[in-house]
Structure formats: structure tokens, C-alpha cells
Design a protein around this ligand. Structure first.
Ligand code: DX5
Ligand code: ZN
Length: 214
């Protein structure tokens, strides 16, 4: 299992220290919310650009914003490595993920709990990452909706049958207790917000190393 700690759950007044405290992680998950696509506002481009100056970690940026196509090159300039858009947030997600790749980033496509995999079939050949939301996007600290994990299994089958190269990520309510089940479903990258940042700062890397063995 690869781990992507979500900094939504960290102390944002000390973002560099909070990112460096999870240096064993594979990615850093960055949740951008606009108050329109989801009913919450988090942070945006200047915060990512500031963090970029303080770490070489791989930034896994999750856009929960309406019509993300308006800002793709800005997110590239701010230092995003993987840029994930929601299938529900734009009229032509295929065009948007192709553009993300052409800008030199890895492209991700996310689906909310009610959106089936069948909605994004034509995007799959052009996606480097598929994000299965296991809570309604908008807030950290919610409980996992386990029925969503079936979509990870479905995405593993499609990947094997068609030779696709995307990695499968799940996001929302993942913790130490449900991580084995998340892993068994076919998820390859687990986003963990509250479950990582509630751990005392000096113990986080040890715990992350344990999570990675699952
Ligand atoms: C929710 C965000 C998640 C959130 C996860 O909309 O996309 O990334 O930070 O937080 P936890 O792990 O606490 O559910
Ligand atoms: Zn997220």
C-alpha cells in the first residue's frame, strides 16, 4: 500500500513541518475546495506554491472545484505533480485529463460515491490515477463508505483486462483498522488525513512505514 497523507487534517500554520513529519509517505495529498463543487473552502494556489518551496515531496493535488479546466496551468506552476479532477465537475473530463498530461503533470480522475465506474470508461486510457471517493467530498474526518470499495476491484479488473497504467487511489475515512480491507479491494494508494495527523508528530513516520507493509 502506498500512503498519501492529506494535509487538510494538519496544522496549516506550520505546513512545511507538517509535510516533513510524514517524509516516509509516498505522496502528499492536497485537497483544494472552492465552496461551490463542495460545501467547504480549504486553500488554493498560493498555499501549494509556498509548500513547494519547502519540500521535494510528490504533490497529489485533489481538485474539488467547479470547472477545473480554468486553472490547470496555474496548478502546474504552483508545483503540482499529480492533478486530479472530478468527473462530475466539468462537461468534458476526457479533454481536461488529456490537457493535464500535455502540461507535464500526471492526470487523475475522481468519482464521488454515487458515480459509477461506467461514467469514466473513456477516460481510463488517459488517466495516470483514478481516485475512488469513499466519503462525500468536502470534509475530513468522516466514516468510510465501504460499498465504494467495489469500484476499486472493478478498476483493477479493467486495468488487467485492458493493460491500463493508472494507479487506484481511495480517499475518505481510511484508518489503521480498515486499511487491510481497503488494500484487499484493490486500492493501491490510500489517502489518510485524520488517521495520520492525529498521531503525535514524532511517531508518524514509524506508523506510515507500518501502513505501507499492509
Ligand atoms: C475529503 C477529502 C479527503 C480528506 C480525507 O473531501 O478529499 O482527502 O482530507 O480525510 P480523512 O482521511 O480524515 O477522511
Ligand atoms: Zn482528497
Amino acid at each position: 500500500m502506498r500512503i498519501s497523507p492529506s494535509i487538510l487534517a494538519c496544522d496549516l500554520s506550520d505546513i512545511a513541518a507538517e509535510i516533513n513529519s510524514v517524509s516516509e509517505a509516498d505522496y502528499i495529498h492536497i485537497d483544494v475546495m472552492d465552496g461551490i463543487f463542495v460545501p467547504n473552502i480549504s486553500f488554493g494556489l498560493p498555499v501549494i506554491a509556498s509548500a513547494r518551496r519547502r519540500t521535494a515531496a510528490v504533490f497529489d493535488v485533489h481538485l474539488m472545484i467547479d470547472r477545473p479546466e480554468r486553472y490547470l496551468s496555474d496548478f502546474k506552476k504552483a508545483g503540482s505533480d499529480i492533478l486530479t479532477i472530478h468527473a462530475e465537475s466539468t462537461s468534458d473530463p476526457l479533454r481536461v485529463i488529456k490537457e493535464i498530461r500535455s502540461l507535464g503533470m500526471k492526470s487523475g480522475i475522481a468519482i464521488k460515491p454515487a458515480t459509477p465506474v461506467s461514467e469514466i470508461l473513456k477516460c481510463l486510457p488517459f488517466a495516470d490515477l483514478v481516485l475512488v471517493m469513499t466519503v462525500e467530498p468536502g470534509f475530513g474526518g468522516q466514516s468510510i463508505i465501504k460499498s465504494c470499495l467495489k469500484k476499486a476491484t472493478e478498476l483493477q479488473d479493467l486495468k488487467r483486462k485492458n493493460g491500463y497504467s493508472y494507479i487506484i487511489e481511495a480517499d475518505g475515512g481510511i484508518d489503521e483498522n480498515n486499511l487491510p480491507e481497503v488494500s484487499a479491494s484493490g486500492v493501491e494508494v490510500s489517502v489518510m488525513g485524520s488517521a495520520v495527523y492525529k498521531i503525535p508528530i514524532e511517531k508518524r513516520n514509524v506508523k506510515i512505514a507500518e501502513f505501507k507493509k499492509i
